[in-house]
Ligand binder design. Structure first.
Ligand code: ZN
Length: 609
């Protein structure tokens, strides 16, 4: 293999696309003579869950001075080489078959990897420059493959295989790499080229995509006053039949979207799905400042071997979620009324969850590792999202700052100050500091605001805060469980419900979630139970809500579960009455209501920009 001047040099090859295998060499010029330790991260920044990437290493060996060198595994993600004073080369293979933005994926059509899945971290050399030779798969079938990555180019030409480099390990793993025959378009923001890279089959209107993204990115750059220093930015997008997600990086983002998320030619409308995709791009781009550079203090540096705790994710994900949609209206991509509908939908998601009274947003952030990222059937009753309620805290904070400053100051001032004081110079933001800065900007102690809405579980006073702007914040009953909110409805009637969510099942309607104090819960039903009939008539997940809604409130219906409820043995079940009486309720106002924000003189009284 080719060696290099850097302390650590890697070579990565998609050696067997059919078997989804990357082959990697890691060359260490001056290894620790006591026995070099190497490891893979347990998690990657931006996704707060232990993922144990090392489990995908399927073969590993080491060589020194032309001979095999013993390499011993010492924990789930760490190896130690035998002591030697010679340079070491570690050779290993990584299985890459996860079509997500978080790990690695390889087949005969394309390859993608995050460095945290493929590059071993070399103990003692994490802060030193490293280089990587990225090679194409062998064979004529792959002669058209190119690369899209913002990793620093050493001798490789733009979009070409070859030599790349990074100043340290953290930088190395913060530039994901896409390879294959992707489609590519380039636009410029703040004088810096931005690429939209699309892998997978699609018929997207690329000029339209570039035009809309240019507006959105420019709006964020204008708000912060500058784009952080970089040579290029990339939206690395995997287009699939059904998928959605994104992960932020310092000069790029990895996105996963459905074909239906992309705009088609000659369609001037912004569909809900395209609007979602633009919101996702806006979100990840805003992270270029907020969390990639303005970071919670515990993330400096990242400790990727184990969980890292912070109560501040509301500020890094919630504020970012607030600005992702705000960016769409500020840039003129969507009109104000459409923005208010999106805001109404965010509020609806929060107001629907009984868990918002059990967990504070600060605790949701702290426990992200085990609760938000590991949601189960009880999640709606147990947790609150630091994304959605965090976005509402950001909205309420923005309105509060405007209120106390006669509309002279806003959340923009707070974000700019965070950028200047913390992001740009590379200082971590201590816990509590954002609250302090907000109070300074407001010219008023906002401790009570944060106590109530961030550290406790109170609902945000959006109705009061919006009054200033001539915007009505209105709660109304949900039409059904699929009602997203955001729009008014003439029909203000409460709907009769079981208080459960359903998924498809061959036998009937399978219960996926049951809300606290719902008729379903009171009747003893549980997640996993399958309802086959209501009052002797067959139901499925498509029609059960309509069937239940046809009964007046307080009526009694008889539910027939499929034989053997989830928690019972067959013997128990035969003894128990097979039909379950359920007393229906109309949707309780506090938990199931839908929320709408009615625009009323909005244009005159409030500047969204
Ligand atoms: Zn985010």
């Amino acid at each position: 293999m080719m060696t290099n001047q850097t302390a650590v040099h890697y070579q990565i090859t998609p050696s067997n696309p059919q078997a989804h295998i990357f082959e990697i060499f890691c060359h260490i010029a001056q290894a620790d003579p006591a026995g070099q330790i190497v490891s893979l991260p347990a998690w990657l920044p931006g996704s707060y869950m232990i993922r144990d990437f090392a489990k995908n290493i399927v073969r590993i060996s080491a060589q020194a001075d032309g001979h095999e060198l013993a390499i011993n595994k010492i924990d789930k993600q760490t190896w130690q080489c035998a002591a030697t004073d010679k340079p070491i080369t570690i050779s290993y293979e990584v299985y890459a078959w996860d079509l997500s933005v978080r790990t690695a994926h390889l087949d005969t059509t394309h390859g993608f990897f995050n460095g945290s899945s493929v590059f071993l971290s070399v103990a003692g050399k994490e802060k030193q420059p490293c280089s990587v030779e990225i090679q194409p798969p062998a064979g004529a079938d792959y002669k058209d493959w190119r690369i899209a990555t913002t990793l620093g180019r050493q001798s490789a030409a733009l979009y070409e295989f070859g030599a790349y480099q990074a100043n340290d390990y953290e930088e190395l793993i913060d530039h994901p790499v896409e390879m294959g025959t992707f489609q590519l378009a380039t636009f410029e923001v703040a004088g810096i080229p931005h690429d939209i890279v699309l892998t997978g089959q699609h018929r997207a209107d690329m000029p339209r995509l570039c035009a809309d993204l240019t507006k959105i990115c420019t709006s964020h750059v204008n708000m912060f006053g500058e784009l952080p220093k970089m040579e290029r930015y990339m939206f690395l997008t995997m287009v699939v039949g059904n998928g959605y997600g994104g992960l932020e990086h310092r000069a790029s983002t990895s996105l996963l979207c459905s074909r239906t998320n992309l705009p088609l030619e000659n369609d001037p409308e912004i569909s809900d799905e395209y609007c979602n995709f633009l919101g996702l791009c806006s979100h990840e781009y805003f992270h270029t400042w907020n969390v990639k550079r303005i970071k919670p203090e515990p993330f400096l540096p990242y400790q990727l071997q184990t969980e890292t705790y912070t109560r501040q994710l509301w500020a890094f994900e919630g504020i970012t979620s607030y600005y992702d949609e705000l960016g769409l209206v500020r840039s003129g991509v969507i009109p104000a009324q459409r923005y208010l509908e999106l805001l109404g939908q965010t509020a609806t998601r929060v107001w629907r969850m009984p868990g918002r009274f059990k967990q504070s947003v600060a605790d949701s952030s702290f426990d992200a590792w085990t609760k938000f990222y590991k949601q189960d059937e009880n999640a709606p009753n147990a947790i609150v999202s630091y994304y959605t309620k965090g976005a509402l805290i950001a909205l309420a904070l923005d309105l509060t700052l405007r209120h106390h400053s006669n509309n002279e100051k806003s959340l923009d001032d707070l974000m700019r100050q965070l950028w200047q004081d913390y992001g740009k110079p590379g200082n971590g933001v201590p816990e509590g500091q954002i609250e302090q800065l907000a109070s300074d900007i407001a010219g008023k102690d906002l401790k009570e605001f944060f106590q109530r809405y961030l550290y406790n579980t109170e609902d945000l006073p959006l109705s009061d805060l919006m009054q200033d702007l001539g915007i009505e914040f209105k709660l109304r009953p949900a039409a059904d469980m699929a009602d997203k909110g955001g729009k008014d409805s003439k029909d203000q009637k409460s709907v009769t419900t079981l208080g459960a969510r359903f998924s498809a099942n061959d036998s009937g309607a399978s219960i996926s979630h049951i809300f606290d104090n719902s008729p379903a819960q009171l009747a003893g039903l549980a997640a996993g139970d399958i309802i086959i009939a209501v009052d002797q008539l067959k139901v499925d997940n498509q029609n059960i809500e309509k069937v239940i809604a046809s009964y007046p409130p307080d009526s009694k219906v008889t539910i027939t579960p499929s034989a053997g409820m989830s928690y019972m043995t067959a013997k128990q079940h035969s003894k128990k009455q097979k039909k379950i009486p359920v007393y229906l309720q109309s949707t309780p106002r506090q938990t199931n209501n839908k929320l709408k924000i009615v625009s009323n003189g909005y244009q005159n009284k409030c500047r969204v920009g």
